[in-house]
Design a protein around this ligand. Structure first.
Ligand code: MN
Length: 706
């Protein structure tokens, strides 16, 4: 409200005046080193933007100043203020990100970079000149942009905060834009930024954006609503006053220290209530709600009881968002009671909860330095960003979908030991990550140290499937080199291409024992044991029959349950929301393979298959010594086994080594004999079956594989 008046009474002033007022605001809560950074950021930005002006005619620098000012009024940290001052410098001037980083440090540069990426996904047709349009269209063509944006946001929620402050100021000053651009900008804001503000719990921003945008999207409706709301508020004024006094009385009687304020519903909220039912403003009874602010959490419940002792509840349903807060952090008690002249709504919360409701957790957190290594916080934030994606309006979603394919939804986030976040397609392995970081690292990757959510560090092989939130440190071994089998350990195209490139350059065979060939030369032309889970004697088995082909999996193998899942969905003629088998139910399903409608699932017994050989993978752990690998390989060769794959990894302390082999054996007896002989090799400590049951991964990953 205050801002509208500000606009009305604004006198002509210089950017330095604006800066002075920003600086005074900052001086309330910053030390001198921080204030110095604010001063330097302003001087730098002012010089960079000098000579350019906004469409309103005022110097361009007034815009970043206003954005910084809004944030400073909410006591956010100095990094954020500096980044706000510099937020348009990289996009609009020749200043490079590197230069910003040198001058103001990596955190500020990173925030600016994130905000810049946001700009790139905005509507290019909305740009004011041809140059900008071309530039933005180019950005938009990069499917990577959105991924990077979300990653930037995931790494630091303050990127979204600055962007919202930026957008808020642009919307406040939309009058200066060309009329034909105003509605488009407003619509884009409704589509993208209102859901983001809602997701972040920034109600204050959300309401202002909604109300202002409606003014540009539908000016007539906006004018009508403004008038009708004012009329209704006036008509109800005496009743509102009486109710407020009555509530105050009840509270005093119960000895509660509280502030009672009647609140008029925001314009757009009124619109959302009346538009679907096509009713008038006068017909809604919660146009005015009564807000009661108390000091302590338990006062909320005392107050609720006091209200209910005086007025009859509408129904037994009290909405207790204190006991179970909303995802965005909102806490409050809501009740509806029968008053003197009809129903009225009461919202009860503490002053602290009110602050949370207005500003949201991210804004409040930005008022303190953010602990970059807090994984739990970072992950829950990532989840919030994901939800924002799913809440976008359909028109924005089409656009987003087009840009990103499925880049984001099925991604996992991995932390490096330094706390950086890397995103990968779900199902990605240690080897994928190694190649993502650097090709050299991929080519020398022998495994990884993985810290799970329990904070226990484990050593995993390069084919280990990573999970979101794990801290992963790649183990490098200069003696390790890619071979054809590595292609099976990766999910990402980048890693696969890199491996194939290496194989070709080094004249190594690119094709691994081709599955088709293995199948045809075996006697089981129509029965095949799955390579993914390597079924053996004593395993629970499930056959997947498709025409003349029968592939036998272990019953726990995810590939089977996934197939079964899809099949059930087809059989029951459902194609949307089938969520059996722990699938995540996000409505994202692969199209069932319509070319093979005759698939059947059969429980099977090993005896009935009696294959003449089967694959098994073993982990052989031993003391590291030169020649260990050679000796192991020799035992296997002597036993006349077909060695399918072999790999080795030295565990961190360098005294222990794990060799893994995949062999084809005739029966358990032969396996037993080989194991005994292997145990006889000097230094070997243990031999275990290496369980290769593929775990559930995203359906997209499966399709990618197919
Ligand atoms: Mn801006």
């Amino acid at each position: 409200m205050a801002t509208a008046e500000d606009r009305g009474t604004r006198r002509v002033h210089t950017p330095d005046d604006s800066f002075k007022s920003l600086f005074e605001r900052c001086a309330n809560y910053m030390d001198s080193a921080a204030l110095d950074l604010v001063r330097r950021a302003y001087a730098f930005a002012e010089r960079a933007h000098r000579g350019t002006s906004r469409q309103s005619g005022e110097p361009y620098i007034e815009h970043p100043l206003a954005v910084a000012r809004w944030l400073a009024e909410r006591n956010v940290t100095v990094d954020c203020i500096a980044a706000a001052l510099l937020h348009d410098v990289v996009e609009d001037t020749p200043v490079s990100l590197q230069r910003l980083s040198n001058r103001f440090g990596p955190v500020v540069a990173h925030l600016v970079d994130g905000v810049t990426k946001f700009d790139a996904i905005e509507n290019p047709d909305d740009a004011d000149d041809e140059m900008t349009r071309i530039r933005e269209r180019k950005h938009r063509e990069q499917a990577e942009t959105l991924r990077k944006l979300l990653l930037a946001m995931a790494e630091d929620p303050r990127v979204a905060l600055i962007k919202l402050a930026d957008r808020l100021h642009n919307i406040r000053t939309l009058d200066a834009k060309r009329p034909d651009r105003q509605a488009a900008k407003a619509r884009e804001t409704m589509d993208m930024y209102v859901p983001l503000a809602a997701r972040l719990g920034m109600a204050e921003v959300k309401y202002e954006l909604q109300d202002t945008c409606l003014r540009y999207i539908d000016p007539q409706r906006y004018a009508w609503l403004t008038r009708r709301i004012a009329e209704e508020v006036a008509a109800r004024a005496s009743r509102t006053e009486a109710t407020t006094r009555a509530i105050q009385q009840v509270i005093v009687q119960h000895g509660i220290d509280a502030v009672v304020t009647p609140r008029v519903k925001h314009l757009y909220s009124v619109e959302q209530r009346i538009a679907p039912m096509n009713i008038d403003v006068g017909e809604i009874n919660d146009l005015i709600t009564y807000r009661i602010l108390v000091h302590e959490r338990h006062d909320c419940y005392t107050t609720l009881r006091a209200i209910h002792s005086q007025w009859q509840q509408l129904d037994a349903r009290v909405r207790d968002y204190i006991g179970s807060p909303k995802l965005n952090g909102y806490q409050s008690l809501h009740t509806t009671v029968f008053g003197m002249d009809g129903l009225f709504d009461v919202h009860i919360r503490t002053h602290e909860m009110q602050r949370m409701a207005d500003h949201g957790p991210v804004l409040l957190a930005a008022a303190r330095p953010i602990e970059a290594t807090d994984r739990t916080q970072a992950l829950s934030w990532i989840e919030q960003v994901r939800s924002w994606q799913s809440e976008l309006s359909p028109s924005a979603k089409d656009f987003m979908d087009a840009v990103r394919g499925d880049l984001f939804r099925d991604q996992i986030f991995i932390f490096t030991p330094k706390g950086d976040i890397k995103d990968l397609a779900s199902g990605a392995t240690v080897l994928d990550l190694a190649y993502r970081i650097h090709t050299d690292l991929g080519e020398q990757c022998s495994g990884a140290k993985v810290t799970g959510s329990n904070n226990i560090v484990r050593i995993e092989g390069r084919d280990y499937e990573l999970r979101s939130g794990e801290i992963v440190e790649i183990i490098r071994d200069e003696l390790v080199h890619p071979d054809a089998s590595w292609q099976r350990m990766v999910r990402t195209h980048h890693a696969r291409d890199s491996i194939q490139h290496y194989l070709r350059v080094h004249g190594l065979p690119v094709d691994e024992v081709p599955e088709e060939e293995a199948e045809s030369c075996s006697q089981m032309a129509s029965i095949r044991l799955a390579f993914c889970c390597e079924p053996g004697p004593n395993d629970d088995l499930l056959g997947v029959a498709n025409g003349k082909r029968l592939i036998v999996h272990r019953a726990q193998c995810w590939h089977v349950t996934e197939d079964a899942d899809v099949l059930t969905a087809v059989a029951s003629n459902g194609h949307g929301n089938h969520t059996a088998n722990g699938s995540n139910g996000n409505g994202h399903h692969p199209t069932p393979d319509s070319g093979s409608p005759g698939r059947q699932f059969l429980h099977m017994r090993w005896e009935t298959i009696h294959p003449d050989k089967y694959r098994i993978s073993l982990n052989i752990t031993g003391h590291d010594r030169s020649g260990l690998m050679h000796d192991v390989a020799e035992v296997i060769a002597e036993a006349d086994l077909n060695l399918v794959r072999v790999g080795a990894q030295t565990i961190s302390d360098r005294y222990k080594a794990t060799i893994w082999v995949t062999v084809e054996v005739r029966d358990q007896e032969q396996l037993q004999r080989v194991s005994q002989r292997l145990m006889g090799v000097e230094g070997v400590v243990s031999i275990e079956r290496r369980d290769r049951i593929p775990r559930a991964r995203s359906r997209v990953a499966l399709m990618d594989h197919a």
